[in-house]
Design a protein around this ligand. Structure first.
Ligand code: ATR
Length: 290
């Protein structure tokens, strides 16, 4: 790839960053669309994040993606953040403008786009949604589900207090939204009561790290889950997690997690490089080859 003196610059900031697939992903699109630009990995230690952010803006970067452990700090450092990022409590996309740093969070968008691409028949009115986990990823998924119009979200977490705290947070946001519309039901369930949550669900989403390579498998009894319910794991290493293998074995439609990574990258790419890129099989194969 040849860069000119006018190349558009962006990147991904994290610590560590070596495992990130984002440079490969954005690099594929830059090449595909023939854009004079670069997207680079930026290994930035937590204590250096603010200095680095200001430096990148001063150096003419159009913006960056932000990953662990900087997502909350990024929210504080941006001059403006959009409503979705504020509700999730984290920024993963920063656009550097003449008026300052503009933060947003594309994880909710990525989750929904992946779900819609992988399970085109899914609709918000197709029953309750069960979300496993109550960490940062769960927050983005819950915001996406509420925005999509899901009426009943059930959070199942090992530490039930964390699920309860997330429910309380989301309800507080709904209270202050003038256009909250019909209030969705949000409930926390202890892990051992997962069968109660799963009965009559239309969608099950795993947001925990269980099932990821190197982590314990997610062992969840799925007997209570209707066979027509869609099962989505946001873990994508491996692509077929133990949860998805079990779900597939009993006939549930399954959606893997790779597409969430691919789709969440699209809004940033559009903002920095001027083209809303596509997610297709060729891109999936290219990112998986790494
Ligand atoms: P992230 O930001 O990626 O969501 P996180 O905030 O560390 O990461 O949250 C990880 C989630 O995986 C949590 O819901 C966590 O459950 P706890 O809140 O009880 O810690 C869940 N998780 C991680 N390891 C787990 C395990 N061995 N069994 C059950 N849940 C686990």
């Amino acid at each position: 790839m040849t860069l000119s003196g006018h190349s558009k610059l962006a990147g991904v900031a994290g610590w560590p960053i070596g495992h990130s697939r984002s440079p490969r992903l954005h690099g594929f699109w830059l090449q595909k669309y023939g854009i004079d630009g670069a997207y680079v990995p930026l290994a930035i230690a937590p204590d250096d994040f603010e200095t680095a952010l200001m430096g990148l803006a001063a150096a003419g970067f159009r913006g960056i993606n932000v990953t662990l452990p900087h997502k909350q700090r990024a929210l504080e450092l941006c001059d403006r953040v959009d409503a979705t990022a504020a509700r999730i409590g984290a920024v993963n996309t920063i656009v550097m403008t003449a008026d300052g740093l503009v933060g947003s969070n594309s994880d909710a968008f990525g989750f929904l786009e992946n779900l819609r691409q992988g399970a085109p028949t899914w609709e918000a009115k197709n029953g309750s949604v069960v979300v496993l986990g109550a960490g940062g990823a769960a927050r983005a998924v819950v915001v996406a589900l509420l925005d999509a119009g899901v009426a009943d979200v059930r959070l199942v977490n090992r530490t039930v207090e964390r699920a309860e705290a997330l429910v309380a947070d989301m309800q507080a946001v709904a209270e202050i939204q003038a256009d909250a519309g019909q209030r969705a039901s949000l409930q926390a369930f202890p892990w051992d009561n997962h069968a109660d949550a799963l009965s009559d669900a239309g969608l099950l989403v795993n947001t925990t790290s269980l099932g990821m390579q190197g982590q314990a498998p997610l062992e969840l009894e799925l007997d209570a889950l209707p066979v027509g319910a869609i099962v989505n794991d946001i873990v994508y290493t491996p692509l077929e997690t133990p949860l998805l293998a079990t779900a597939k074995g009993r006939g549930n439609p399954c959606v893997d997690g790779l597409g969430m990574l691919l789709h969440q990258a699209r809004p940033g790419f559009e903002a920095w490089f001027g083209k809303l890129p596509e997610v297709d099989q060729e891109l999936r194969d290219f990112v998986l080859e790494a």
